[in-house]
Design a protein around this ligand. Structure first.
Ligand code: GDP
Ligand code: MG
Length: 339
């Protein structure tokens, strides 16, 4: 931990939705192993990230620090009374990034009002509907003539925020994740991990993993690296796989020490750099999103979207069968009437 003496917060008004260095630095495609880089460079990217969790868990702060921007600048803190009447809403925000010839249209869907009401049992339905609607949009485009220019608005990844103040998952978390896990790649996040000691964090991760197994929740499985990938990446990937659920500390405040700027949180006992893996998994989450962005897209297309199509066809078939049956009954009835 760094001493806070003489550390000044920096101005943090980088409200930059253009392609300047800061954002590009983050996505850091230049640093990707050439193989992955080449794969991604071939075609551009539409990537949609959804962020779900109760109010106040740090979703907006994480998005802003993750993408080094101020996508959601006006934050309103709801009072308990307001929360009761608040409805769940999806707030989309899109940034375009281009680096080293790779274009990404990154859409963030921030869910507000989730878990705020007294009865939250239906909260996941809006999210479910939204995901299905994007599948439907894609499907309709796919079967149309203009299929070469389909923009992909399907939700490729969902960061699910779990409160660090409860021991493990709440019933709402279990219900929601179970309702969504066949539709989207879920990555669980322990929010505000600075509320836990190192031992408590280890325990918390264990409890959550056990609950996920017990309730048969399917979270996103980080894939193994190709065998011909370099050793450093393989090692990084192994660490990522063992770190789930990612423990996150986020901040909107930038500090500078020895000319190095970083997002940090200041405590009575010192200052921490949220990118320091000793304190939390912020960097791991970022790395994961970069190196597995393409896999998240592929799983969305090959598994979740395919499931949707199958369901759609099966439903169509079922409706057709019922229609045929109804027609047959009507025929019999009119025959009987005639007799
Ligand atoms: N202690 C701590 N506070 C955080 C962290 N991340 C965000 N916060 C604070 O929590 C409050 C709510 O954050 P916000 O991002 O608006 O939460 P949201 O409602 O989930 O979008 C703000 O005061 C943040 O500064 C964190 O990792 N640790
Ligand atoms: Mg918010």
């Amino acid at each position: 931990m760094t001493s806070t003496a003489g550390v000044q917060p920096q101005n943090n008004n980088n409200n930059n939705n253009n392609n300047n260095n800061k954002q590009s630095d983050f996505i850091g495609f230049a640093n990707l192993p050439t193989q992955i880089h080449r794969k991604i460079a071939k075609r551009g990217f539409d990537f949609t990230l959804m962020v779900v969790g109760e109010s106040g868990l740090g979703k907006t702060t994480l998005i802003n620090s993750l993408f080094q921007t101020n996508l959601y600048p006006q934050r309103h803190i709801y009072t308990g009374q307001e929360k009761i009447h608040q409805t769940i809403k999806i707030e989309p925000s899109t940034i375009e990034i281009e680096e080293c010839g790779i274009k990404i249209r990154l859409t963030i869907l921030n869910i507000s009002g989730y878990g705020d009401n007294i009865d939250c049992t239906d909260n996941y339905k809006l999210i479910l509907n939204y995901i299905d609607k994007q599948f439907e949009y894609y499907f309709n485009n796919e079967i149309s003539f203009n299929r070469r220019n389909i923009s992909d608005n399907r939700v490729h990844c969902l960061l699910y925020f779990i409160s660090s103040l409860t021991r493990g998952l709440k019933p709402l978390d279990i219900t929601c994740m179970k309702a969504l896990h066949h539709k989207v790649n879920i990555i669980p996040i322990i929010a505000k991990a600075d509320a836990l000691t190192s031992n408590e964090l280890i325990q918390m991760k264990q409890i959550i993993i056990e609950q996920i197994h017990k309730h048969n929740i399917k979270i996103y499985q980080i894939p193994d690296c190709d065998s011909d990938e370099d050793e450093e990446l393989k090692e990084k990937n192994f660490e990522l796989k063992n770190s789930l659920p990612f423990a996150i500390i986020s901040s909107k405040q930038i500090y500078e020490i020895q000319r190095k700027k970083f997002y940090g949180r200041i405590y009575p006992w010192g200052l921490i750099n949220i990118e320091n893996s000793y304190y939390c998994d912020f960097l791991k989450l970022r790395t994961m999103l970069i190196i597995h962005m393409q896999d998240l897209q592929q799983i969305t297309h090959e598994i979740h979207y395919e499931n949707y199509r199958l369901e759609k066809f099966e439903l169509k078939k079922l409706i057709q069968e019922k229609d045929d049956e109804l027609r047959r009954i009507q025929d019999i009835l009119s025959q009987m009437k005639g007799q």
